[in-house]
Design a protein around this ligand. Structure first.
Ligand code: TIU
Length: 221
């Protein structure tokens, strides 16, 4: 049965059977002190307001039976999948160096994993991605296509980096993308504002913007 979500620039119909919730990079390395985000000079507390609304949407999605996909940014322990240009960005090397939560952005380390509040359960695919976009060098598109997914609800961090990179990749692949504004976070309030404006401008050029309460209302309608 089709449902309608209130969104900008206009309300959108979706079929729960062909809709997935995609939670981008809610990893300790981005939202907890001592990780990659903080090493880059950011205040991680700015991202933590997304955790509670993300939890509520995740619970509603699980109840509604829609597909849930999680992503994690990170690299192999030998860093063979980390381009030198990413490794030394800004002249500094953080990726792979030891921190309070293990080696930064390295798969298998505590900091690389998803925060306990939003931990995946059995049956929810986890996409390990070496890039900012979740489609680049991963099997995400194949997994979504196999399930017949057409619509994506976006949560996660950071809005202007991994969320919008993935959203633009998804939009070009034909998915209808809805970003839940209180479930996505940035270390820079002005980037949050303009990233969201860019998505919904020009008649939903990249997608739609809604929020957690509207998504929960639509999912439970
Ligand atoms: N630095 C920053 O804002 N973000 C990232 O490096 N990765 C993600 O957004 N996940």
């Amino acid at each position: 049965m089709l449902k309608t979500i209130q969104a900008d620039p206009f309300d959108l119909q979706f079929d729960p059977v062909t809709t997935a919730l995609i939670i981008i990079d809610m990893q300790r390395d981005f939202v907890e002190p001592g990780g990659f985000g903080e090493l880059l000079g950011n205040d991680v507390s700015l991202l933590r307001s997304t955790i509670e609304p993300c939890q509520q949407v995740l619970e509603a999605a699980r109840k509604a039976g829609i597909m849930v996909v999680h992503t994690r940014e990170g690299h192999r322990p030998d860093l063979s999948d980390c381009p030198p240009a990413k490794l030394t960005r800004g002249g500094k090397t953080f990726i792979g160096t030891p921190g309070p939560c293990g080696r930064i952005l390295v798969r298998g380390e505590k900091g690389h994993d998803i925060i306990p509040e939003l931990y995946p359960i059995a049956g929810e695919p986890v996409i390990d991605k070496p890039g900012k976009g979740a489609f680049y060098a991963t099997d995400l598109h194949l997994i979504l296509q196999t399930r017949g997914i057409k619509t994506l609800l976006f949560c996660g961090v950071t809005t202007e980096v991994c969320v919008t990179t993935t959203l633009r990749e998804a939009n070009d692949r034909g998915y209808e993308c809805i970003v839940l504004e209180d479930c996505v976070g940035s270390y820079f309030p002005e980037f949050q504002k303009y990233a969201l404006m860019m998505i919904k401008a020009q008649g939903a050029i990249f997608g739609w913007v809604s929020n957690s309460s509207k998504a929960i209302a639509a999912l439970s309608a």
